[in-house]
Write a protein that binds this ligand. Structure first.
Ligand SMILES: Cc1cc2nc3c(=O)[nH]c(=O)nc-3n(C[C@H](O)[C@H](O)[C@H](O)COP(=O)(O)OP(=O)(O)OC[C@H]3O[C@@H](n4cnc5c(N)ncnc54)[C@H](O)[C@@H]3O)c2cc1C
Length: 183
C-alpha cells in the first residue's frame, strides 16, 4: 500500500514538493492542501487584454533583446521602512507610490518616458525577514524533528532562503529525503 504524503501550501515550495514526490516509481500518494482559492502563493500575475503580463511577485520570463528589456520595469519600494516613508500600508495611495517609483527610475536609470501602463500592488508581510539567530533556530528545529523521527519536513521561504530557487531546491531535498536513497 503506497504511503500518503500531505503537502501544506500550494506556493512554489509546495508545488515543487508535489512535483518531486509524485515522480518516479513507488511514488507516494500526494495530497496538496491549499488554504486559498488559488495556487502559486506569491507567484501571481495579471495579464491585460492586449497580452501584457504584470508580475506581482518574483519577476518572470520576458521577451529577450532590447524590446524585452524595456517591456517591464518592476520597482520594489518599501521593506522595513515602508511605514516610515508612506504611512499605513493598508491606506497607501497608489498614485503616490507610482510617483515615487517613476522618480526612482528617472534618477537611477535615467529613463524619462512615462510608462504606457502601470500597476501598483501593496503586499504586506510578503518576503520573510530573517532576524539574527535565524539559522540557529532552523537548525534546532531540524534537530528536534530528526531526533524524534517526526514525519515532518519544513520547506519554503520562511526557512532556508527566500528566492524561488531556494524554495525549489529545499522542496527537492525534502522530497528525496521522504522517498529515500533509491529514488
Ligand atoms: C514582490 C516579490 C518579489 C519577489 N521577487 C523575487 C525574485 O525576483 N526572485 C526570486 O527568486 N524570488 C523573489 N521573491 C521571493 C519568492 O517569490 C517567494 O519567497 C516564494 O514565492 C515563496 O514561496 P513559498 O511557496 O515558500 O511561499 P508562499 O508563496 O507564501 O506560498 C505558501 C502557500 O501556502 C498557503 N498556506 C499558508 N498557510 C496555509 C495553511 N495553514 N493551510 C493551507 N495552505 C496554507 C498560502 O495560501 C500559499 O499559497 C519575491 C517575492 C515577492 C513577494
Amino acid at each position: 500500500m503506497p504511503r500518503t504524503v500531505a503537502v501544506v501550501g500550494g506556493g512554489i515550495s509546495g508545488l515543487a514538493a508535489c512535483y518531486h514526490l509524485a515522480r518516479g516509481p513507488g511514488a507516494p500518494k500526494v495530497v496538496l492542501l491549499e488554504g486559498s482559492a488559488r495556487l502559486g502563493g506569491w507567484l501571481q500575475s495579471t495579464r491585460t487584454e492586449d497580452g501584457a503580463v504584470f508580475e506581482h511577485g518574483p519577476r518572470g520570463v520576458r521577451p529577450a533583446g532590447a524590446a524585452g528589456r524595456d517591456t517591464l520595469r518592476m520597482v520594489m519600494l518599501g521593506g522595513a521602512w515602508f511605514t516610515q516613508s508612506f504611512g499605513d500600508p493598508a491606506a497607501a495611495v497608489p498614485a503616490v507610490l507610482l510617483g515615487r517609483a517613476r522618480g526612482a527610475v528617472r534618477a537611477q536609470l535615467g529613463l524619462e518616458a512615462a510608462p504606457s501602463r502601470a500597476i501598483v500592488k501593496v503586499h504586506q508581510a510578503c518576503i520573510p525577514q530573517y532576524t539574527l539567530g535565524h539559522w540557529q533556530r532552523t537548525e534546532s528545529i531540524s534537530r528536534y524533528v530528526t531526533e524524534r523521527r517526526l514525519p515532518l519536513s519544513l520547506v519554503g521561504a520562511s526557512y532556508g532562503g527566500v528566492s524561488v530557487n531556494d524554495c525549489i531546491a529545499s522542496a527537492k531535498v525534502a522530497a528525496s529525503r521522504i522517498l529515500g536513497p533509491s529514488c
